[in-house]
Design a binder for this molecule. Structure first.
Ligand SMILES: Cc1cc2nc3c(=O)[nH]c(=O)nc-3n(C[C@H](O)[C@H](O)[C@H](O)COP(=O)(O)OP(=O)(O)OC[C@H]3O[C@@H](n4cnc5c(N)ncnc54)[C@H](O)[C@@H]3O)c2cc1C
Length: 385
C-alpha cells in the first residue's frame, strides 16, 4: 500500500501515540470497563479528533486515507479508543460540517475539531435498530424551543460526550411521515430533562461506555435544530456512509493486531520439538489471515480515494465494512486457535481482540444490512473504483 509522505507521518504519529499511551493500558481499561477522559483529550491535542474537519473550522483538513490509517493504528492498540475516535470524526462532526449553520459550527464544530468537546451520535432506540426510521423519540415545539421525550439506546461515549447528535421525530402521531418525519438535534448534557440511563455490560469494547439516554421533556433551543426540519434521517444516513469506513478501519486494526500476535506466538511456541509455525496447518492460517487483511485494506483505501474524488461511497463503503468486519472476526478466531488454550485466557491479547471484533459486524449496520445495501446499489450505482 503506497502512502504519501503526509499519510506516512500521520500513521507514524498514531502508531507511536498508541504504543506509548494506549496499548500499555488497554487490558486494564477493558477489565475495569472505563476509558479515561484524559486519553480522549490527548487524542484531541494531537489532532485525532478533527482529522476530517477543514482548517477554517480548526480541524486538520486531512484526506480520508490519513484518517483511516491513523484509526487503524489506534484500533490495533485498543478498539474502545478507536470507536470514540471513529464516531466523533465520522458522525456528529460530519453532520455539523455538512448541515450545520455557521453559528452551530462556531459553537460546537470548532471545539469538537480541537478535541475540547467529545461527540456522540444517537439514532438507535430499544425498538429501532436496523429499522432506524421506526424510532419513536418525539420532539414537539414549545414556544421557541423543542421538548424531547423518549429513550435512546446504544449511545457510544454517551456518558462522557459533550455534544450528542440526536435523531427524533418532529412529525405528529396523526400525520406520520416515515423517515421524513425525523429531525436532528444538537443535544448537550446540561439541558434540563437529559438523563444518562443504563450502561450496557458488553462482551467486548468494554472500556467504551455504551449507554441509554432518556429525555424527559428535555428542552432544546430551536437554534439546536440541525439543518432543515424533517431531514435528520437523511443527514444521519449520509454520515453513516462515511462512518462505515471508520468501522472498517477499526476492524482492520483489530485483525492486524491479532495477526501480529499470532506471528510472534507461532515462532515462540514449541510443540513436538519445533516452533508451531513450522506446521503447515498453522502456516496456512497465517497466510489466509494476512491475505484477508490485505484485501480488505486495499478495498478500504480505494474507497477512501474515491470518496476524496467526490464519488459516492454507499456501495464501496458497505463492501469495505462488510469485508473488513468479517475478516476481523475470522482472523481473531484463527488467532485464538493458534494460541490454543492460551488464546482463551486473558494473559494473552487475542482473547480481547476476539471479543472486540464481533461488534464490527453489528454496529453502523449489521452484515445483513450491508449485504442489502450492496445488492441494492449493484443495480443503482455500480461503478468501478
Ligand atoms: C457496542 C455498540 C455500540 C453502538 N453504538 C451506537 C451509537 O453510538 N449510536 C447509535 O445510534 N447506535 C449504536 N449502536 C446500535 C447499532 O447500530 C445497532 O445495534 C444495529 O444497528 C443493529 O440493531 P439491533 O441491535 O436493534 O438489531 P436488529 O435490527 O434487531 O437485528 C437483529 C438481527 O436481525 C437482522 N435483520 C434486521 N433487519 C433485517 C433485514 N431487513 N434483513 C435481514 N436481516 C435483518 C440483523 O442483521 C440482526 O442479525 C451500537 C450497538 C452496539 C452493540
Amino acid at each position: 500500500m503506497h502512502l504519501t509522505d503526509t499519510q506516512a507521518e500521520i500513521k507514524e504519529l498514531a502508531r507511536n501515540f498508541a504504543a506509548a499511551e494506549i496499548a500499555p493500558h488497554a487490558a486494564q481499561w477493558d477489565r475495569e470497563e472505563c476509558f479515561p477522559i484524559d486519553v480522549a483529550r490527548r487524542m484531541g491535542e494531537l489532532g485525532f479528533l478533527g482529522m476530517l474537519i477543514p482548517e477554517e473550522y480548526d480541524g486538520l483538513g486531512l484526506d480520508t486515507t490519513s484518517y483511516l490509517v491513523a484509526l487503524e493504528e489506534i484500533a490495533a492498540a485498543d478498539a474502545s479508543a478507536a470507536v470514540l475516535m471513529s464516531v466523533h470524526n465520522s458522525l456528529p462532526t460530519q453532520m455539523l460540517l455538512h448541515f450545520g449553520s455557521e453559528a452551530q459550527k462556531e459553537q460546537y464544530l470548532k471545539p469538537m475539531a480541537r478535541g475540547e468537546l467529545i461527540g456522540a451520535f444517537s439514532l438507535s432506540e430499544p425498538d429501532a435498530g436496523s429499522d432506524a426510521s421506526a424510532l419513536r423519540c418525539q420532539a414537539v415545539r414549545d414556544g421557541g424551543d423543542w421538548l424531547l421525550t423518549g429513550t435512546k439506546s446504544w449511545v457510544t461515549s454517551g456518558s462522557l460526550a459533550d455534544v450528542i447528535m440526536v435523531m427524533a421525530r418532529t412529525d405528529t402521531p396523526d400525520a406520520r411521515r416515515g423517515s421524513r418525519g425525523i429531525s436532528a438535534f444538537i443535544v448537550t448534557p446540561d439541558l434540563s430533562g437529559f438523563h444518562v440511563g443504563k450502561k450496557e455490560e458488553k462482551m467486548g469494547l468494554r472500556a467504551s461506555p455504551t449507554v441509554q439516554l432518556t429525555f424527559d421533556g428535555m428542552r432544546v433551543p430551536d437554534a439546536n435544530l440541525l439543518g432543515e426540519e424533517g431531514q435528520g434521517f437523511v443527514y444521519a444516513m449520509r454520515s453513516l456512509d462515511n462512518g462505515r469506513l471508520g468501522i472498517a478501519a477499526q476492524a482492520l486494526g483489530i485483525a492486524r493486531a491479532a495477526l501480529d500476535a499470532s506471528l510472534g506466538y507461532a515462532e515462540e511456541r514449541k510443540q513436538f520439538g519445533k516452533p508451531i509455525r513450522e506446521f503447515e496447518a498453522i502456516q496456512f492460517k497465517l497466510a489466509d489471515m494476512g491475505a484477508r487483511i490485505a484485501a480488505a485494506r486495499a478495498l478500504l483505501h480505494a474507497t477512501a480515494a474515491s470518496k476524496d474524488r467526490g464519488e459516492s461511497t454507499t456501495l464501496y463503503g458497505s463492501m469495505s465494512k462488510l469485508l473488513a468486519s468479517e475478516a476481523a472476526m475470522w482472523v481473531t478466531t484463527q488467532a485464538v486457535q493458534i494460541f490454543g488454550g492460551y488464546g482463551y485466557i486473558k494473559d494473552y491479547p487475542v482473547e480481547k481482540l476476539f471479543r472486540d471484533a464481533k461488534v464490527t459486524e453489528i454496529y453502523e449496520g449489521t452484515s445483513e444490512i450491508q449485504r442489502i445495501v450492496i445488492a441494492r446499489e449493484l443495480y443503482n450505482s455500480y461503478h468501478s473504483i
